[in-house]
Design a binder for this molecule. Structure first.
Ligand code: HPA
Length: 274
């Protein structure tokens, strides 16, 4: 079995030699948010393939880089391109970058994603602060020998998403006059979209949104004691809410329409980060 801890340490050593001070906040940029990187100043781009042991993205040169720099005077590191389970990565690979971030000394994490709206009171284009998640359907990224240096064997998941960060983001949304929802994110493995029956089941479980990322990363980050803010962009109504079949194009299109609002919220939140 690969020793992911020593691999992550090697990656962190490499990154330490490339970046200056420890970033205050790490950000995982979900589909359609890649342009946020343009707002980062004094930036340094580090392709995943340059970093020892980092999983290598399948599309060369595309959406596979860390961007380190300043956002509103706060030092940040952003992941442009994440590793999804549906692409064939194992869960250790999916959460690997977060472990490297923690080893760099970073304790703050913003997870963003595109999601389907399960809550019929939501509409495409809505942003949702994640208050909790349902991860029954994910293989747990903590399976296997526990990494004691990071956290306990049986970590508490009572409050995965930091209450103070949710309050901060709510205040920032208000500053921007941006309407914002709150709710529970339900994870599915993908890559097929859900069936209407699966969406009904998720709704009965209490999910407000559904997506194919974020939960494994949140579990690993919480295990390591990181403070997490999760934000979903509703790119479509989930399967069966309308008669329309779901397409990836719709996800991308809505993502583009909402991008500016989403970016503004993240920037405002980082500006006011406490
Ligand atoms: N389901 C799962 N993942 C998604 C969806 C969806 O409807 N929309 C965007 N990501």
């Amino acid at each position: 079995m690969k020793n992911y801890m020593s691999m992550a340490k090697e990656s962190a050593e490499y990154l330490k030699s490339k970046i200056g001070k420890t970033p205050l906040v790490s950000i995982v940029l979900g589909s359609g948010l890649g342009n946020l990187a343009k707002s980062i100043s004094d930036k340094r781009e580090i392709y995943y393939e340059q970093i020892p042991n980092f999983p290598k993205t399948t599309v060369p040169g595309h959406d596979g880089m860390l961007i380190y720099g300043e956002l509103c005077g706060r030092s940040v590191i952003a992941m442009k391109g994440r590793f999804h389970y549906y692409e064939g990565w194992n869960m250790q690979e999916v959460v690997f970058p977060l472990r490297v971030f923690k080893l760099l000394g970073i304790n703050n994490l913003i997870l963003t994603n595109a999601a389907g709206a399960v809550n019929t009171g939501f509409k495409p284009g809505d942003l949702m602060l994640i208050t909790d998640h349902i991860g029954f359907f994910a293989e747990n990224p903590l399976r296997g020998p526990n990494m004691d240096e990071f956290g306990p064997r049986f970590p508490d998941m009572t409050r995965v998403y930091d209450r103070n960060l949710i309050e901060l983001a709510l205040m920032c949304a208000k500053n921007l006059n941006c309407e914002i929802k709150q709710g529970v994110y339900g994870y599915t493995k993908g890559p097929s979209f859900e069936t209407p029956a699966e969406i009904k089941a998720l709704r009965a479980f209490g999910a407000d949104a559904v997506g194919m990322s974020t939960v494994p990363e949140a579990i690993a980050a919480r295990h390591m004691g990181m403070r997490i803010l999760g934000i979903s962009c509703m790119t479509n109504m989930a399967a069966g809410v309308t008669d329309k079949p779901l397409t990836h194009e719709e996800v991308i299109e809505t993502g583009k329409m909402v991008e500016k609002k989403f970016e503004a919220l993240i920037i405002e939140t980082i500006k006011n980060w406490t």
